[in-house]
Design a protein around this ligand. Structure first.
Ligand SMILES: [Zn+2]
Ligand SMILES: [Zn+2]
Length: 188
């Protein structure tokens, strides 16, 4: 007889096997032998993550078990494609983000440009300078969110706007924030 733990371990192993097999079918130039796949039982906000050890060159893709249980395989397949783009960037360039290079590669393999919907941050700070693609994710209404007029882009020093990811509303001042917050209402 198998215990609950045995059963859970087995379904996890099956899930990871499927993830590994799926990754082999994605037309992206990634060294899959250098990737380790793991399951996270603690991740709440992020369905997947990709970490890179620059010393050893090892890449670890971690997939959230809860997200898989809740959203199913197809959503996780999209998450895997997204994380593979991160792995590709890490292996090719030693760094990874969600910039233009990431977006182009993500489009090639039809991967979501942002970490999957259920891992999407509530808010995103986006630089307004045309030649700057700085952005930063925020989950709570901190001062950077409520008073963007008092802060500047982390890279170029220009103004930034705050976007409410789910509704697409954005603002650049405290007034704008107050207004948007009212309009967004329950969808906040
Ligand atoms: Zn990502
Ligand atoms: Zn900037």
């Amino acid at each position: 007889m198998h215990s609950e733990t045995d059963r859970a371990d087995r379904s996890e192993a099956v899930f990871l096997d499927r993830a590994r097999a799926y990754a082999q079918d994605i037309p992206i130039d990634v060294d899959l032998d250098a990737i380790q796949w793991t399951v996270s039982h603690r991740a709440r906000r992020r369905a997947g993550s990709c970490r890179y050890d620059s010393d050893s060159g090892a890449v670890t893709v971690r997939l959230a078990w809860d997200a898989y249980r809740e959203h199913g395989w197809d959503e996780m397949a999209a998450v895997i494609r997204h994380e593979l783009v991160h792995a590709w960037e890490f292996q090719q360039f030693g760094e990874s983000g969600h910039g233009a290079r990431f977006r182009d590669k993500a489009d090639e393999i039809d991967a979501p440009r942002h970490c999957s919907p259920f891992s999407e941050p509530r808010l995103r700070l986006v630089c307004t300078a045309e030649d700057c693609d700085w952005s930063a994710d925020r989950f709570r209404a901190s001062v950077t969110v409520t008073e963007p007029n008092t802060r500047r882009c982390g890279v170029c020093g220009a103004r930034y706007r705050v976007e409410h990811v789910a509704t697409g509303r954005s603002w650049r001042t405290n007034e704008g924030y107050e207004q948007a917050r009212k309009q967004i209402g329950d969808e906040w």
